[in-house]
Design a protein around this ligand. Structure first.
Ligand SMILES: C[S@@+](CC[C@H](N)C(=O)[O-])C[C@H]1O[C@@H](n2cnc3c(N)ncnc32)[C@H](O)[C@@H]1O
Ligand code: SF4
Length: 374
């Protein structure tokens, strides 16, 4: 069983209590359509079963419920999906089962049900511990509720991760340091601090267009990034990826490592993507509309050519410490000699086997990958 190639499963649950002004994920307002949600859960089970026919036997290393807001799911749906995945593929010992949760009191009341269904890692979308910032971010919880939800999660789940959003307008490095330290006191083993990104099509993007919102400049963004690294390092968290910090190796997100190591994953749920190594590197995309997904129409499958697959492998691999082997991106024709100038510029580590970004390289990752891929 251990010889089987690794497989992760991503499940997308698209409903949210309200839509946040910065978010461009595939989401819809939850209008309490119980029948539709039940049909969606059934369609996800069907989709997983159909994809098993493609993948064959695999070693299941992770199941991840993302969204949207999976903490709004009926725990019975979560249980049915976990049971399906673990029947279809061979779960490894200590299988990681993560679920993204929003920290409202109502959702915290459902945590025990998720744990009973088999979830062992909660990823809590704290975003901030400052009430004004939470209002700015359009969240439906305040800092006190976030604290209560984190406390409850820490008591119920063996593993807790917190998401935070920084580089908010007007934020200072000193205030961000205090906020991060307060988040650490909630006892997570993993923290994902993301810089606020203004995404096309969001309310924040329209506000920027009207001049009502000024995004944080690059210099302050870089200062806040450095503050993040320093505070988390001082508390024993290693930055194993650009925006992901774990207290020790066992606390790293196995699911995210599937993506960054270029392993295979099945995506189920509206708009979910998957990557499978079959007759080549195959990209799967589920239809974005909930109705289409339930009706089983609009699923796409595309074989990436060698260059596309290598570019993707590079982009993801450079995000983690381990980087990516030269051999894994052979289609790009890179060699230790051809990247020498980037080593000398301090952006890549001096490693004859692997392409690995230095801390300075991670700060300009987009530019670095663009240069390597052309
Ligand atoms: C799928 S989302 C949300 C999960 C959950 N529904 C929530 O809101 O907490 C996963 C994470 O992406 C981050 N995120 C989403 N949009 C972002 C943006 N525009 N800029 C920075 N971080 C963002 C947030 O930290 C969020 O917790
Ligand atoms: S940030 Fe989370 S709660 Fe807000 S719209 Fe996006 S997925 Fe939904």
């Amino acid at each position: 069983m251990t010889d089987l190639p690794a497989l992760g499963v991503y499940v997308h649950w698209p409903y949210c209590a309200r839509i946040c002004p910065y978010c461009d994920f595939n989401v819809v307002r939850d209008r309490g359509k119980g029948e539709e949600q039940e049909a969606l859960a059934r369609a996800i089970v069907r989709d997983l079963t159909a994809q098993r026919a493609l993948t064959g036997p695999r070693r299941l290393v992770s199941v991840f419920f993302g969204g949207g807001t999976p903490s709004l799911m009926d725990a019975a749906f979560v249980a049915a999906i976990i049971d399906t995945a673990t029947e279809l593929w061979s779960p490894e010992a200590g299988l990681e089962v993560s679920l993204e949760a929003n920290p409202t009191d109502a959702e915290a009341g459902r945590f025990a049900g998720f744990a009973a269904a088999g979830v062992n890692r909660l990823s809590l979308g704290l975003q901030s511990l400052d009430d004004e910032a939470l209002r700015f971010l359009g969240r439906n919880h305040d800092a006190a509720a976030a604290g209560r939800a984190a406390e409850k999660a820490a008591a119920i789940f063996p593993r807790l991760s917190l998401d935070l959003i920084y580089a908010r307008p007007g934020q200072t490095a000193a205030a961000w340091r205090r906020e991060l330290e307060a988040a650490l006191e909630l006892g997570p083993e993993h923290i994902s601090p993301y810089q606020l990104t203004i995404e096309a099509g969001t309310a924040f993007n329209r506000a920027v267009g009207r001049g009502a919102l000024t995004p944080t400049g690059e210099d302050l963004g870089a200062e806040l990034f450095d503050t993040t690294q320093a505070v988390l390092e001082a508390h024993g968290f290693d930055a194993y990826e650009v925006s992901n910090h774990a207290r020790g190796e066992a606390a790293r997100s196995r699911h995210n490592l599937v993506y960054w190591r270029g392993e295979d994953y099945v995506g189920a749920g509206p708009g979910a993507h998957g990557r499978l190594t079959l007759e080549g590197r195959v990209a799967t995309t589920a239809p974005k509309k909930i109705g289409d997904y339930i009706d089983g129409v609009g699923f796409e499958r595309e074989v990436l050519n060698a260059r596309e697959a290598a570019e993707e492998r590079l982009l993801l691999g450079l995000r983690i410490d381990d980087g990516v082997g030269f051999g894994e991106v052979a289609a790009l024709g890179l060699s230790p000699a051809s990247v020498r100038h980037l080593v000398e510029a301090g952006l890549l580590a001096d490693d004859p086997q692997r392409l690995r970004a230095t801390r300075a390289g991670r700060l300009v990752l987009d530019r670095l990958t663009a240069e390597l891929a052309t």
